[in-house]
Design a protein around this ligand. Structure first.
Ligand SMILES: Nc1nc2c(ncn2[C@@H]2O[C@H](COP(=O)(O)OP(=O)(O)OP(=O)(O)O)[C@@H](O)[C@H]2O)c(=O)[nH]1
Ligand SMILES: [Mg+2]
Ligand SMILES: [Zn+2]
Length: 350
C-alpha cells in the first residue's frame, strides 16, 4: 500500500483532486501529517517529506504539491474543521485544531470524576466541526465505579456512541478499531493525561507516540504530546493525536449548541411569552421543566453559559468587522481624493 493510501487517500479524494487541480502533471496530492508554522510534514505517493511554504495548512489537510515536488500550491476544501477560540486573544481569532476529520473521539479518562460540563462543551464543538462525535472512555482498569460512570456517560451522551477502553489491558480496542474504516480519520480530543497517546499506541500495537505519567497529587497530565499529528493504523484508517486541552473556548458553534441542547431549545416554544428570557416570567416552560425535574438546573446553566459566550464572541466579531470596514472606506475616500487630484493635474497638463 503506498504511503498516501496509508494516510487515508481514497478514490473520492483522488476525484476531488482532479476536479480542483485539473491540469494533469501540475499537482500531486499529499496529506499533512503535522504542521508547524509553515513547515509541514506530508505523506505523498513516494513517501514522507518536509515542505516549506504551507502556512495556510493544518494537520489533516489534503495539500497539492507543485510540479517541482517541493512547494505547496493549494489544498482541497475541508469537509470538516475543528476550531476553537484562541485563549487570551482579544481580537477573537479562531485556532484551527484539525481538518478532514470523520470521527471525533471525545476522550474521557475514568481515573478522575466525570465533568459533565466539559463533556457537553466538547460535544458542542465536535458537532460543529462537521465530524461525527463519539465518546471514548479510557483507563477502564483504574476505575472502581466503572459501571456507574459508564451508565452516567451513556445517559449524558444522549445518543452519541460510547466506547469503553483500557490501553493497559487492551480492552475495547476492537470495537473502536472497527468504527474507523479505511480512508477515515479519527481525532482524539481530551485533557492531558487522559491516555490519548497510550490508546493510539495500543491501536497501532507499537509505542509510536510518547506517553507521560500523570502527576501524583491531582492526577493531571504533563502535556506530553505537543503537536497535532496523524498516525496511520495500517489499512488506510488514520488517528490524529492531539496535545491535551486545558480549556475549550467555543468558536461560532451555534449549530453544535442546538445539536447537543435540542431538548432545551425545544422548550422555548412552549413559554407563554415569545420574548421570554426564562428567568422568572410567568408561564416559562424552562423554569417549569427545572421545577418538575425534567430539566437539570446544571444543564440549563451550562447551556446558558455557552450561549452567552457565543453571543459575546459574535459582538466582538461585529466590532472587528465594523473597524475593518471603517478602515476600508477611509482608504477608499483617500484613494478617490488622490485620483481626483491626479485627474485635475492631468487636465491642467501638469
Ligand atoms: N492504568 C492505565 N493507565 C493508562 C491507560 N492509558 C494511559 N494510561 C497512563 O496514563 C498516563 C497518561 O497517558 P498519555 O497517553 O500520555 O496521555 P495523553 O492523553 O496522551 O496526555 P497528553 O499527551 O499530555 O495530552 C500514562 O502514564 C499512561 O501510562 C490505561 O488504559 N490504564
Ligand atoms: Mg499524548
Ligand atoms: Zn421561558
Amino acid at each position: 500500500m503506498d504511503t498516501l493510501v496509508q494516510y487515508g487517500f481514497t478514490d473520492r479524494i483522488g476525484g476531488l483532486f482532479s476536479f480542483h487541480f485539473p491540469d494533469p502533471g501540475t499537482a500531486q496530492p499529499a496529506r499533512v501529517i503535522r504542521a508547524d508554522r509553515g513547515r509541514v510534514l506530508v505523506a505523498a505517493r513516494h513517501g514522507i517529506v518536509h515542505l516549506d511554504g504551507g502556512t495556510s495548512l493544518v494537520t489533516g489537510d489534503w495539500a497539492a504539491i507543485g510540479p517541482d515536488g517541493g512547494t505547496v500550491i493549494g489544498h482541497l476544501p475541508r469537509f470538516s474543521l475543528l476550531q476553537r477560540k484562541r485563549a487570551y486573544d482579544p481580537l477573537s481569532e479562531a485556532q484551527i485544531l484539525g481538518a478532514n476529520i470523520d470521527v471525533l473521539g471525545v476522550v474521557i479518562p475514568l481515573d478522575r470524576p466525570l465533568s459533565t460540563n466539559r463533556l457537553e462543551r466538547t460535544l458542542v464543538a465536535a458537532w460543529d466541526s462537521g465530524a461525527v462525535p463519539v465518546i471514548i472512555l479510557t483507563k477502564a482498569d483504574l476505575s472502581t465505579r466503572f459501571d456507574v460512570v459508564v451508565a452516567e456517560t451513556i445517559q449524558r451522551a444522549r445518543g452519541v456512541e460510547v466506547f469503553t477502553t483500557s490501553a493497559e489491558q487492551r480492552d475495547g480496542l476492537e470495537d473502536l478499531r472497527w468504527r474507523i474504516g479505511a480512508g477515515q480519520t479519527l481525532a482524539l480530543l481530551g485533557p492531558s493525561g487522559a491516555g490519548k497517546s497510550s490508546l493510539i499506541n495500543a491501536l497501532v500495537g507499537d509505542p509510536r507516540q510518547d506517553t507521560g505519567e500523570v502527576r501524583a497529587g491531582d492526577g493531571r497530565g504533563r502535556h506530553t504530546t505537543t503537536a497535532r499529528e496523524l498516525v496511520p493504523l495500517g489499512d488506510g484508517a488514520v488517528v490524529m493525536d492531539t496535545p491535551g486541552l486545558r480549556g475549550f473556548a467555543l468558536w461560532d458553534a451555534e449549530n453544535g449548541l442546538s445539536e447537543v441542547f435540542g431538548d432545551v431549545e425545544e422548550l422555548f416554544g412552549n413559554c407563554r411569552f415569545r420574548d421570554c428570557v426564562h428567568v422568572r416570567e410567568p408561564g416559562c416552560a424552562v423554569q417549569a421543566a427545572i421545577t418538575s425535574g425534567d430539566l437539570e438546573e446544571r444543564r440549563w446553566l451550562s447551556y446558558r453559559k455557552m450561549e452567552r459566550e457565543l453571543a459575546s464572541l459574535r459582538r466582538r466579531q461585529d466590532v472587528a468587522e465594523q473597524r475593518r470596514l471603517g478602515k476600508e472606506s477611509h482608504r477608499t475616500v483617500k484613494d478617490a481624493a488622490l485620483a481626483k487630484d491626479y485627474r485635475n493635474r492631468f487636465r491642467e497638463g501638469l
